[in-house]
Design a protein around this ligand. Structure first.
Ligand SMILES: NC(=O)c1ccc[n+]([C@@H]2O[C@H](COP(=O)([O-])OP(=O)(O)OC[C@H]3O[C@@H](n4cnc5c(N)ncnc54)[C@H](OP(=O)(O)O)[C@@H]3O)[C@@H](O)[C@H]2O)c1
Length: 357
């Protein structure tokens, strides 16, 4: 833990050594400092490691019952861990009175746990029957602020989304697998045939459903009814929850692409009435957490390479539908680790801390 100060709540970062955890520690150095102490927690494998946070070195603690000793009401534990770990250990923090902000899938469908994107439904974080607030998955997070602003203006009626998802959405394992595959294919003289990439990568495709180097894989998650993937269904359910549109028709196709960090989304949104693309652009420009980058003539549009390492979701390629005056087509990119998880977690933790300030 960083040296405790006389005042201010404690922030516990559980999963501090992971892909999202590392980004969150960097983020804490540039946010307004509301924390009296920061406690870093990970698996027993990482216990004793020293990590830099806010210009100081802090030792990583193993996740045990003792890890939350001394924490209580007003303190916050952010969980950036696999869902089974969050499900098992979040109650250990809430039992001591601390609030939990969980970025895994463990509690996203629990009606007693609010699902919060601070730019859209910050007020929902105040009501926490289980002491837990959940954050969305990184695809839902990428589009939530833009959709929330457009819905407030026009009334969202229907949504179709295709995601182009980066490897780091699968954490360190995803990043390492893509890097390994890229070096394997770079070391061969490929004839351009699909079989060459498969041969170079071999059987071990890491967390992806096929070789990802020089490829796209239209599959993320597990098989669900009707040929949908669990990830596609989760994005649909979360979008409905966050926008408070429980019957919103949502069709999602998730595609894994060979990008290290930064999700991209192609969206078609249909609204209650006619939409003017110029006015919609103004709505997005005014939306918190969104920047509009939309000048194709000048080669300006969102790309994951540019969005990576930045806080907001980047929106562009805004077009009125050619066939339907009520529909809008657009493209969004956002850093899945930062915008899609670490920033959401920090903003939510700060909202909770402010309740007790
Ligand atoms: N990556 C993304 O873009 C993204 C976006 C939104 C949400 N999320 C969610 O955020 C969570 C973290 O994702 P990530 O990508 O950062 O994963 P990651 O890189 O695999 O990191 C996982 C973290 O959890 C810790 N951990 C694993 N097993 C543990 C155990 N048994 N006890 C205590 N700590 C344990 C790891 O500690 P060790 O280092 O000690 O193993 C590490 O700090 C996941 O639930 C993920 O679904 C991720």
């Amino acid at each position: 833990m960083t040296p405790a100060r006389s005042s201010g709540p404690v922030l516990a970062v559980v999963g501090a050594t992971g892909a999202v955890g590392s980004v969150l520690l960097q983020l804490l150095s540039v946010r307004a400092d509301v924390w009296g102490g920061i406690r870093l927690i990970a698996s027993p494998r990482s216990a004793g490691r020293l990590l830099a946070v806010r210009g100081e070195e802090a030792e990583v603690l193993a996740l045990t019952e003792d890890a939350f000793d001394g924490m209580g009401r007003g303190d916050v534990a952010v969980f950036l861990t696999p869902a089974d770990v969050s499900a098992r250990w979040a109650p250990a923090a809430t039992a001591r009175g601390a609030a939990v902000v969980d970025q895994s899938a463990a509690f996203r469908e629990d009606p007693r746990v609010p699902l919060v994107v601070p730019e859209v439904n910050a007020e929902d974080a105040r009501e926490r029957p289980r002491g837990i607030v959940a954050g969305p998955d990184c695809v839902t997070a990428a589009m939530a602020a833009a959709l929330g602003a457009l819905h407030a203006e026009y009334g969202l009626r229907d949504l179709t989304v295709s995601s182009y998802q980066a490897a780091s959405a699968s954490g360190r394992a995803g990043t390492e697998a893509l890097r390994r595959q890229m070096s394997l294919v770079a070391g061969t003289s490929l004839g351009g045939m699909t079989g060459d990439v498969r041969r170079a990568v071999g059987e071990d495709t890491g967390p992806f459903a096929g070789p990802l180097a020089l490829n796209v894989v239209p599959w993320c998650g597990d098989l669900a009814a009707g040929g949908w993937s669990t990830h596609e269904l989760a994005i649909r359910a979360q979008t409905r929850r966050i926008l408070r549109l429980p019957a919103l028709p949502v069709a999602v196709t998730c595609v894994q692409v060979p990008v290290l960090t930064g999700h991209s989304l192609s969206l078609r949104a249909r609204f209650d009435g006619a939409v003017d693309a110029g006015r919609a652009r103004e709505v997005l420009q005014a939306a918190p957490g969104v920047v509009v980058v939309d000048d194709p003539a000048a080669g300006e549009f969102p790309t994951p390479v540019d969005a990576a390492g930045t806080d907001p979701a980047w929106a562009g390629r805004l077009r009125a539908s050619l066939d339907d005056p009520c529909s809008l087509e657009f493209f969004v990119c956002a850093d899945n680790l930062l915008h899609g998880s670490a920033l959401n977690a920090v903003q939510t933790a700060e909202l909770i801390a402010a309740e007790f300030a």
